[in-house]
Ligand binder design. Sequence first.
Ligand code: ADP
Ligand code: NI
Length: 224
Amino acid sequence: MPKSQLIPEHQTLLNLVRRSVEMHLNAQQAGHGLDHTLRVLHWSRVIHDTAGGDLLVVELAALLHDVGDAKFHQGQELGGKLSTEILTELGVVAEVIERVVNVVDNISFRKGVPATELSLEGQIVQDADRLDALGAIGIVRTIEFGCFKGQAFHTPEDPRPIEQHASGIGHFFQKLFHLRSLLNTETARQLAKQRERIMYSFVEQFLAESACSLSLDQNFKTLN
Ligand code: ADP
Ligand code: NI
C-alpha cells in the first residue's frame, strides 16, 4: 500500500472528482472504465512514495487522465477541457488546475511526448497508466480493446511479420513489449518486470496453441 496520506479536505475533493469522473467514464468502454482509473490512481500513489512530487496534482491527474479520451469523443481529445471544467466547478485554485491539465494533456502514449517535457507528476501518472497496459490486466485490456474495435485478436494468415499485424497479438509487439524501456521511474521499471514476463509467456503459449490452426488451414487449401 502507498504510504502517502492526503489531508482530509484533499480527500473530500478527491471523492468529488472521482464521482464526476465516474459519470464521464460510464459513457466510455474498452479498458477505460473507472476500474482502470482507480488502478492508475493506486500505482501513481505507490510511485509517488519514492519519486516525490505534489501528491494532490498526482492524484487529481490520475483520476482525470482518461476523462476526455479522443477514442470516445469523435477523435477529439477533451481531457484538458473537461478537467478544467470539473476542477473549476469544485473551486480548485487555478495554479493546481493548470498543473493537472498539463499532465492530462500530455501523458498519452498516442502523443508520444518525451518524458523530459513532462512534469514529475506527469511522469508518475504516465508510468502508472503504462503499468496498467502491462501484465494480466494489460492482456485483458488488449482483448477488450480489440473487441471494441471489432479487430481480430490474431491474424495468422497475414504474411507480414507479426509486429505489422493489425491485431491484438500485433499490438503486443508494436507497443506493449516496448513500454518497459519507456518508463520514467525506477519503481515502475521494477513493477513492470513481472508484468512483462507474464505477457511473454502468454503470447508464447498463445502462438504455440494457435499454430495448429494455420497449418491445418494450409492442409485444407492444398486439398482443394
Ligand atoms: P491509455 O489511454 O490508457 O494510455 P490507450 O487508450 O492507448 O491507453 O489504450 C487502452 C488499452 O487498449 C491499453 O491496454 C492498450 O494497450 C490497448 N490498446 C490500444 N491500442 C490497441 C490496439 N490497436 N489493439 C489492441 N489493444 C490496444
Ligand atoms: Ni489510461
